[in-house]
Write a protein of this length. Structure first.
Length: 206
């Protein structure tokens, strides 16, 4: 019986991959593209992202969403914008709160279970929180991640943060201040621990 079950075993995975491919290409992909302002060539996703609110979503070429993506936005700004540059790769269970802007540059890599928020979701003043008043415009600040940056799994990137080009954020970090280009930052709160050498023009051109 062993050869028979071995064939069934392989068929199980081949059939599953085939069904998932059809789901992505002919159902999930077209459905989510219709929700985006722009979705480039080579865009691929594993699941239909869960988007609530009126954010404008712009996706570049060859972007890969490798699992669940949740996006939420409020009505404080008329046109909150979420953008992914070319060749961005996103791990499973990414949650984004975008009330003004969250932007990822080309080539960014985002690990599993990360969170990006351009707002705390509530005002700083305790009396305003108790009255269920939303945060003011002044308390909402864009989040921007530079090209070729890498965000370690389980990291939180909070409002007003800019992560520079080629920077690396360690696993389970909480980033509350901007990180310079080609810098490694880690911890809670994240601190700059190392400076990497930017690639030379010869390396970039290869």
């Amino acid at each position: 019986m062993s050869p028979i079950f071995r064939c069934i075993y392989h068929f199980h995975f081949i059939a599953g991959k085939t069904l998932r491919w059809f789901y992505r290409k002919f159902y999930a992909g077209p459905l989510f593209r219709s929700r985006c302002e722009v979705a480039g060539k080579g865009f691929d996703l594993m699941k239909i992202p869960d988007v609530s609110g009126h954010s404008q979503i712009v996706i570049g070429n060859n972007v890969k969403l490798c699992g669940h993506l949740g996006v939420g936005s409020g009505r404080i700004f008329d046109e909150p914008k979420l953008s992914f540059g070319d060749d961005v790769e996103v791990g499973h269970d990414l949650l984004i709160a975008v009330n003004q802007e969250v932007a990822f540059g080309a080539g960014v890599r985002i690990g599993t279970g990360c969170r990006f928020m351009d707002t705390d979701g509530h005002p700083r003043d305790a009396s305003l929180r108790a009255a269920n008043i939303p945060p003011s415009r002044e308390e909402i600040k864009p989040v921007r991640v530079g090209r070729n940056a890498a965000i370690g799994r389980g990291s939180f990137v909070l409002k007003g943060v800019t992560i520079g080009e080629g920077a690396t954020i360690g696993v389970n970090s909480v980033v509350i201040a901007s990180v310079p280009a080609y810098t490694v930052a880690a911890g809670n709160p994240a601190r700059n621990v190392k400076r990497n050498t930017p690639p030379s023009s010869e390396t970039v051109g290869q």
